[in-house]
Design a protein around this ligand. Structure first.
Ligand SMILES: [Zn+2]
Length: 322
């Protein structure tokens, strides 16, 4: 290697403080650099200079973006190939490879997507559903199988073909709203029975006011009152994904099923009016015990006129007592 300044080929390597500014972030670190023995100027060394810029990218990704290790870990968690995972997040396979190798900095868009997947693994379904056209039929069913088998994601979370009916409040199931409605009511730990009733009241009250439900959930009549249909599957998926915590406590003869949040509620998924409805329900039942709210719901026409284990029509919302 030859010095550009004096032409000498007599060079040496020493530890050097590198300073970079990447996307307006200042980054400094020490690593080897080549110098001229005669005039002490920096001598360009492809190998060492590449290592240094690699290191700069790495530090940036770790501190301000997302590290390559986290991306690989995330993809492996879903047991997806680079090709499929790239399609899901909406980038080229080549781009994903460069992120996983740490040779480039993910653009802000992907940083947001990847971090939100780490935060809430279920969001992958929304990404898949919204890019459905990208996948062949075979790929789509492979994806579904993998996520159901390897990630304990329930079939329910995949879009069935949506048909507006009186049982879903003419509203398409919105998984993000289901999760955040649970997080909303479970903010300071809630008993399962109470949570299920509050969800019923929120969806039905909203339907009464607007002709649509908030979540698109279907409700059914069980002994304890009206509850979201398939609720156990929904809850266990959220527990598996570590989005909520579910604990059973025994107090004398009672079994308490406690639900609490493991991630932060995202109010932005709701419309203002939806939040107001949920707030109204929460305040109305604030002092009710699980038993009291269950008994209260037993007087609803929605409950009285529906057969056990049958779905409840949203039109009963017009008779709701709240
Ligand atoms: Zn020189």
């Amino acid at each position: 290697m030859k010095c550009d300044i004096c032409g000498s080929t007599n060079t040496y390597i020493k530890n050097y403080k590198h300073e970079y500014t990447i996307k307006s972030k200042y980054i400094e670190f020490e690593c080897d650099r080549r110098f001229c023995y005669e005039c002490n100027s920096i001598v360009y060394d492809n190998y060492l200079d590449d290592l240094a810029s690699q290191k700069a990218i790495d530090i940036y990704n770790k501190n301000y973006g997302i590290s390559k290790e986290k991306i690989i870990e995330l993809r492996n968690k879903y047991t997806l190939s680079q090709e499929l995972f790239a399609k899901i997040i909406g980038c080229a396979k080549k781009t994903l490879i460069s992120y996983e190798k740490g040779t480039s900095i993910p653009n802000d868009n992907y940083i947001i997507i990847l971090n939100s997947l780490i935060h809430n693994p279920l969001l992958i379904i929304d990404l898949i559903e919204s890019n459905k056209g990208q996948f062949t039929k075979k790929e789509y069913s492979k994806l579904q199988d993998k996520l159901i088998q390897n990630n304990n994601i329930n079939q329910l979370f995949f879009d069935a073909d949506f048909t507006p009916t009186v049982y879903n409040g003419y509203t398409k199931l919105n998984k993000n709203k289901v999760l955040n409605m649970i997080l909303y009511f479970a903010e300071d730990v809630v008993l399962k029975t109470k949570l299920l009733k509050e969800m019923f009241y929120a969806d039905f009250l909203y339907y009464k006011n607007t002709g649509a439900s908030i979540t698109g959930l279907e409700y059914a009549k069980i002994t304890h009152g009206p509850v979201p249909d398939n609720f156990d599957e929904i809850i266990s998926t959220y527990v598996e994904q570590e989005l909520i915590e579910y604990k059973i406590e025994f107090i004398q003869d009672y079994e308490n099923h406690r639900i609490s949040n493991k991630i932060k509620l995202d109010k932005n998924v709701f419309l203002k009016e939806e939040l107001e409805t949920m707030e109204k329900v929460r305040n109305y039942f604030k002092s009710f015990t699980s038993k009291e709210i269950a008994e209260y719901s037993h007087n609803e026409k929605a409950f009285l006129e529906t057969e056990f284990s049958k779905k409840i029509e949203y039109d009963y919302a017009f008779d709701i007592n709240i």
